[in-house]
Design a protein around this ligand. Sequence first.
Ligand code: TPP
Ligand code: MG
Length: 559
Amino acid sequence: MPFMSGKHAFLELLRQEGVAYVFGNPGTTELPLMDALATAPDPGYVLGLQEAAVVAMADGYAQASGKLAVVNLHVAPGLGNGLGMLYDAQKAGAPLLVTAGQHDQTFNLTEPILWADLPPIARPFVKWSAEVRRLPDLPRAVHRAAKTALAPPTGPVFLSLPADVLQAEGDVDLGAPTRVAPRIRGDQAAVEAAADLLARAERPLIMAGDAVAQSRAHAELVAVAECLGAPVYAEGVASTASFPASHPLFRGTLVRSAPAIRQVLSQADLLFSVGGDLLTMSLPSDVDPVPPDLPIIHLDTDPWELGKNYPACVAILGDPKATLPDLLAALAARMGPAARERAQARLEATRAAKWRHAEELAARARADAHKVPITPIALMHAVASALPPEAVVVDETISSGAGLRVFLRSDDPQSFFGLRGGGIGWGLPATIGVKLALPERPVVGLVGDGSAMYTCQALWTAARYRIGVVIVILNNASYRILKQRIHAMKGLAAQTDRYVGMDLEDPRVDYVRLAESLGVAAERIEKTAEVGPALARALAAGSPMLIDIGLDRGFKPAQ
Ligand SMILES: Cc1ncc(C[n+]2csc(CCOP(=O)(O)OP(=O)(O)O)c2C)c(N)n1
Ligand SMILES: [Mg+2]
C-alpha cells in the first residue's frame, strides 16, 4: 500500500478511472486539491469563472465523449451556483462526478463561513450523494461514484470532500475501478412479443431517443426501421442525434406540443419507442398527446422510464445496440414477402413525405433569405448549408430552431447535442465541453441571446485554453419564447401589448464587445448571405469565435 496524502490519492484515483479533465472553480476548501494539481501532469484542470458554466462544460464533455467528467466546486454557494446545470446534466444522463470541497470536519460544528451539509443539496439531482469522512474511505467512494455515474442509465453523482481528508496522510489501498458492462440484452420473450406486434402492424411508428445515440445504435435502429418501413421521429425534447438525419425514414423532431404530437401519433397503429421519452411536455393541455388505444412497445436502458406515463404493452429493459439485432432477427422470421413489400411501400411513402416537408421548409427559408433583419428559418437554413458534414451542433436555439433538424445533416450519434433539461445557459459552455471531447471536429453552438447571458463567462475559458468553438448568438434582444407564449394566452399582456421582463433592450447587450473583453474574437452579422462566409471564416480560424446574428424580433403569429 502506498503511503500518500488524500489529495494525491484523489488524483491517482481519477487517473485510474481514466479522467482527463477536472472542470472547476476553486476556493479555500479546494486548496489542498489545487496544491496537488501544481505538480500533477494530469488530469488537466479547466477553470470556469462561474459554477453554472463549469458544470455545463463538464456535461458537454461527458455527453460527447461518453467518459466520466469530474467537476470540483466550492462548498455550498459554489455547489448552489452549479445546480441548475446539474439538473440539465441529470436529465441528459451525463456521467459526471461532481465534487465540492468541504471545511475541515473538526470545524464544521461551529458553522464556518460557506458551510452547509452538502450531500442533501446535491441529492435530488444525482444517482448517489455522499461525504467522504476518512482517508481510507476515499478510494472506495471515488470508485463507487465513477462506477455509478457510468452504469446504465448513466448520470451524475456527488461527493463532498472535507479538507482534512485531502490533507491526511497514510497507507492507502487505492483499489480499482469497476465498469458495469452496458450491453444488456433485453428479455428474449419480450423481444419476441414485440416482434409479433411489429410484424403485424400496418402503420408502425418509431420514436428514437437519447439511449440510441448513447449506445451508438444507429446502424441497428436503421436496420429495424428499414425492415418495418417505419417512419422515425426524434423525441419531443430531442437532445441527441438519435437517428441519421439524412435517412429517408427520419421525419425530424416531434414538436413539443400535445396537439402536434397527437396528430403525428394518430397516424400510427403501433408506437415503438427506442429509448424515447414518453413524454416530457412543457405546458399542460386538454388534448392528451397519446391517442387512447395506441399500443406502445418501449425499449429503454432505464426501468423508471418504461411505462412511466403511458402503459407499455411490451416493456423491454435493455441496451438498444445489444437488443435491436435480436428484434431484427425475430422480425425477419415473421415477415414474409408480402409483409416486406408493404414495408417497402411505407418506406417509399415516408421518403416522399420527408422530401415534400424539407422542400416546403427550404422554400420558406429561401423566401426569407433577402430579409433584414434575418429571420430564424433563414438563419437555420444558412447555418445548416454552411456546415461541413463532420460538424457537431450544440442547440440552445429556444424559439428560433424550427427547421434545424430537417436542414442539418446530423448523421452520426455525436453530431448533435441539445438542451435536455430546459435550464437555460447550458448551450454556450456545453459547446466548449463538446469541443474538448471532439477536438478534431468543427463544433458550433447555436445559442439564444438570453440563454447566453447566464453563462457567458465560459467564453473566457474557451479563450484561456484555446478551445476553437464557434458560438452563434441568435440575437433577438428578447426572451422571445416567453413573449410568444404570453401572447398566446390572450391575457392582459396581449391586450395591452406590454411584455414585462422579456425585452433585452435599453441597454442592448453588445455581444461583440462582451466576447472581445473575454478574449474571444467576434463579429456582427446582419444579412443572411453573410452567415455562410462568417461561419467559414470562424471554422478556419481554429480559435474561439463568436458570431452575433441580428435576428428578427417578431413574435406574433402571421395574421
Ligand atoms: C435557468 C432558467 N432560467 C429561466 C428560464 C425561463 N426561460 C425559458 S426560455 C427563456 C428565454 C430564452 O431567451 P433566448 O435564449 O434569448 O431565446 P428566445 O426565447 O429569444 O428564442 C427563459 C428566461 C429557464 N428555462 N431556465
Ligand atoms: Mg432571445
